[in-house]
Design a binder for this molecule. Structure first.
Ligand code: PEP
Length: 253
C-alpha cells in the first residue's frame, strides 16, 4: 500500500526564520501522533535552516521549492542540489507551474534538474498539469503524456519509484477552483497507466501521485478517498497550522 504524502508549499510566504518557527511551533504538537502520512514542509530558502532546526526531533521532513542542476559555479541567484542535501533537506519540488509559467522553465530544464536531484539523493516532487484552455479543448491527456515523456526522459525504473509525481491542474492552483475528485482521479489513473506502459505494473503501483490545486480541509477527504490519489501538494492552506493539520488528518488511511 502506498503511504500518502502531504507537501506544504509555502511559496514566497513565511520567509523569515521567526515566521516559519511561529507556524511550526503551533503545528508540530498537532501532528505528533500522525504515523501513516509523510509530511514535507517546503519553505522559502531563507527559512529552511530554521525549519530544519525546528522539526529536528519530529518525523516532519523538509524540502526546497526549487534548485538548479549545476553543483556550483557562476550561477548567480541559484541553489545547488548538494547545498540542499548537505544542510539536511530531503525533498525538492521541481517543475511547479509557477516556475514553468512565470520563470519559463521547460520540461527539458526540469528533466536536467530531476536527474541532478536524484544524483544527490533528494526526493523530487515533480509537478505536471494542464492549462485551462488545454482542458477545455479536450487536450489534457495529450499534455500530460507529453510532459511526462519529456520530464521523465532517461529516468530509470528504480529512480521513478522514489519520485513523487504531483498532478496539479494549473487552473486549480491558487484559484479556489479545485478539480473534482473524479476529474483528479481520472488523470491519476491515466498517469499510472503511462508509468505502467513506460516502465511496468509494479512501478505504476508503487509510485506516489499527489494531487495539488486549492486543497482545503473541506475538500481534502473526498479527494484523498480516491484510490489513486496519494495525498496532496498544498499551497495556500498549508500556511496555517490548523488547516494543514486538517488536510493531513484527511489523508490518513
Ligand atoms: C501549489 O502551490 O502547489 C498549490 C497547489 O497551491 P494551492 O493549494 O494554493 O492551490
Amino acid at each position: 500500500m502506498r503511504k500518502p504524502i502531504i507537501g506544504a508549499n509555502w511559496k514566497m510566504h513565511k520567509g523569515t526564520p521567526s515566521e516559519a518557527e511561529e507556524m511550526l511551533v503551533e503545528f508540530i504538537p498537532m501532528v505528533k501522533d500522525i504515523k501513516n502520512v509523510d509530511i514535507v514542509i517546503a519553505p522559502p530558502y531563507t527559512a529552511i535552516l530554521k525549519t530544519l532546526d525546528t522539526v529536528k526531533n519530529t518525523t516532519i521532513k523538509v524540502g526546497a521549492q526549487n534548485m538548479y542542476y549545476e553543483e556550483k559555479g557562476a550561477f548567480t541567484g541559484e541553489i545547488s542540489p548538494s547545498f540542499l542535501k548537505k544542510i539536511g533537506c530531503q525533498y525538492v519540488i521541481l517543475g511547479h507551474s509557477e516556475r514553468r509559467n512565470i520563470f519559463n522553465e521547460t520540461d527539458e530544464l526540469i528533466n536536467k534538474k530531476l536527474k541532478k536531484a536524484l544524483d544527490n539523493n533528494l526526493i523530487p516532487i515533480v509537478c505536471i498539469g494542464e492549462h485551462l484552455e488545454e482542458r477545455e479543448k479536450g487536450n489534457t491527456k495529450n499534455v500530460i503524456k507529453n510532459q511526462f515523456n519529456l520530464t521523465f526522459d532517461g529516468i530509470r525504473k528504480e529512480q521513478l519509484k522514489k519520485i513523487i509525481i504531483a498532478y496539479e491542474p494549473i487552473w486549480a492552483i491558487g484559484t479556489g477552483r479545485t478539480a473534482t475528485p473524479e476529474q483528479a482521479e481520472e488523470i491519476h489513473v491515466f498517469i499510472r497507466k503511462i508509468v505502467e506502459d513506460e516502465y511496468d505494473k509494479d512501478t505504476a503501483e508503487q509510485v506516489r501521485i499527489q494531487y495539488g490545486g486549492s486543497i482545503k480541509p473541506s475538500n481534502a477527504k473526498e479527494l484523498f478517498n480516491k484510490v489513486n490519489i496519494d495525498g496532496g501538494l498544498v499551497g495556500g492552506a498549508s500556511l496555517q497550522a490548523e488547516s494543514l493539520y486538517q488536510i493531513i488528518k484527511a489523508a490518513e488511511k
